[in-house]
Design a protein around this ligand. Structure first.
Ligand SMILES: *[C@@H]1O[C@H](CO)[C@@H](O)[C@H](O)[C@H]1NC(C)=O
Ligand SMILES: *[C@@H]1O[C@H](CO)[C@@H](O)[C@H](O)[C@H]1NC(C)=O
Ligand SMILES: *[C@@H]1O[C@H](CO)[C@@H](O)[C@H](O)[C@H]1NC(C)=O
Ligand SMILES: *[C@@H]1O[C@H](CO)[C@@H](O)[C@H](O)[C@H]1NC(C)=O
Ligand SMILES: *[C@@H]1O[C@H](CO)[C@@H](O)[C@H](O)[C@H]1NC(C)=O
Ligand SMILES: *[C@@H]1O[C@H](CO)[C@@H](O)[C@H](O)[C@H]1NC(C)=O
Length: 426
């Protein structure tokens, strides 16, 4: 039988449900009276209180419940470390958790706002939202030369975990990625709600890397960047019933950046809608890398005004001059990819774009089944893929040609199109 340490933790936090119901807790300070300095002092107190409460919960045995509440104060970076003595850690997000503004962040900025490391059997649920305060300056990171947005912190990061379960988690306006899953086994994410409207560069919804076994089921992701990005070392990833948009769609890769060797396989996206996204379903690899992307299925997908509904490219190089995005002897091989039952509208004349390297066996085994993307001016381009199968009605019709004359313009830019987003969210 599990030992419940809920009471102890609740006591430590000083928040007892009955007490809350009978007598609304007082704010720690009146918002009108306090100046910035007060906020920082209070912030530190809350962070310390949370850290202490976590240690207590994590150190107790059995199933342990950690109530995450900040008493309406804002909080800076928080780290919740394991391994825990508790066999299961349940985080109940009781109230909204709001990040301190960028200007108040510590100088040695963390890579994540809220980070869970080495916590096994972690479950997060609750009605509170994570509000990352990305608007407080994080999103003004872009200048024409370097993209410093990539140094912004992720809102919620999970490292080295087994059996992670996120239930109905909401994250709004993250400084960078909303959720990062790295080095985890067995993750379930259901009814996720990730939102970052406005000028929000690099705010991917869920980034997965070096991770085995993820099921993302239901929910809505609308951010300025990828809804979901599946990176190197990811295996057995299922996505079912997700609404994506606006943003950059669901992306496998980029793989092979900086000549890296990367592998992904067994990825299934079954049942998804894309609305006003820059891309729909996409696989992207960088010339010069190596490794493979294989056993990938995208099926039962609805597209509404998507700029590039189906995109597969081995010439993805947004970080180099387009002139230098040339074919190289090495590439990440792509094989066994199925696009099935994909219907809807393209916002451009481009419905399907498959652009592979002219190298031998670069892209092998691409199946397109029951595809209908309008308007009827939309076209399909297909270069250098072999063993391509069309099954059922595929519109626009796909005919693959061979040739070495391919250079991909960087399609994925962090620049976000304000007018387009306004349309999408109105
Ligand atoms: C929230 O406020 C209660 C009551 O003032 C206090 O006991 C508790 O420690 C606070 N929690 C945090 C995380 O600051
Ligand atoms: C936080 O603020 C909300 C809205 O003002 C209020 O309803 C809630 O009771 C507050 N919670 C705490 C713990 O102070
Ligand atoms: C995940 O599983 C692999 C293979 O069993 C193992 O090597 C790795 O340590 C596991 N990861 C964690 C975080 O436990
Ligand atoms: C993904 O779906 C397939 C087919 O339904 C199933 O066999 C597999 O176990 C699922 N994997 C995960 C991680 O949910
Ligand atoms: C498809 O991709 C190629 C290169 O990979 C690009 O040059 C071309 O413009 C794209 N086609 C369309 C119709 O967008
Ligand atoms: C942004 O999107 C709108 C609407 O789709 C389009 O008219 C406009 O040309 C785009 N602007 C840029 C800079 O891409």
């Amino acid at each position: 039988m599990a030992t419940y340490s809920t009471i102890a933790v609740t006591f430590a936090l000083g928040i007892i449900i009955g007490f809350v119901l009978m007598q609304p807790p007082k704010l720690l300070f009146s918002t009108k009276e306090c100046d910035a300095k007060d906020v920082e002092v209070v912030t530190n107190d809350v962070s310390q209180a949370l850290t202490n409460a976590w240690k207590l919960a994590c150190g107790s045995t059995g199933r342990s419940v950690f109530k995450l509440t900040t008493n309406n104060s804002t909080v800076g970076p928080l780290t919740f470390d394991g391994p825990c003595k508790a066999t299961k850690m349940v985080v109940n997000v009781v109230g909204d958790v709001i990040a301190i503004p960028k200007a108040s962040w510590p100088d040695n900025s963390a890579d994540a706002w809220i980070k869970f490391t080495k916590v096994q059997n972690l479950e997060i649920f609750g009605r509170g939202k994570f509000i990352g305060n990305g608007k407080s300056g994080w999103w003004k990171c872009k200048n024409s030369k370097i993209n410093t947005c990539e140094n912004n912190p992720t809102a919620l990061a999970f490292h080295n975990c087994n059996n992670l379960n996120l239930i109905g988690v909401t994250s709004i306006d993250s400084p960078r990625n909303h959720i990062t899953i790295n080095h985890c086994n067995g993750t379930t994410i259901s009814n996720i709600n990730l939102i970052a409207y406005g000028m929000s560069p690099n705010t991917d919804g869920i980034d997965i890397s070096d991770t085995n076994g993820v099921h993302i089921n239901g929910g809505h992701i609308g951010t300025g960047d990828d809804c979901i990005a599946i990176n190197g070392g990811s295996f057995n990833i299922n996505i079912t019933g997700l609404n994506c948009g606006p943003g950059h769609g669901i992306s496998i890769g980029s793989l092979g950046r900086n000549s890296a060797t990367e592998e992904v396989s067994n990825i299934m996206v079954m049942g998804a809608t894309f609305t006003d996204t820059q891309n729909g379903v996409r696989i992207k690899t960088v010339p010069g890398g190596s490794g493979s992307a294989s056993h990938i299925t995208f099926s039962n997908i609805g597209m509404t005004r998507v700029q590039n509904p189906i995109l597969l490219t081995q010439f993805y190089c947004p970080h180099v001059d387009p002139k230098d995005c040339k074919n190289k002897p090495q590439m990440v091989k792509i094989s066994d990819v199925t696009f099935s039952d994909i219907h809807g509208t393209s916002a451009t004349s481009n419905a399907i774009n498959i652009t592979c390297s002219p190298n031998k066996d670069s892209c092998v085994g691409i199946t397109l089944r029951n595809i209908n993307i309008t308007p009827n001016t939309a076209i399909a381009t297909c270069k250098n893929a072999v063993d391509v199968h069309l099954i059922g009605n595929v519109t626009p019709y796909v005919k693959c040609t061979r040739g070495a004359d391919v250079i991909e313009m960087p399609l994925d830019h962090d620049d976000y199109n304000e007018s387009q987003r306004a349309i999408a969210t109105s």
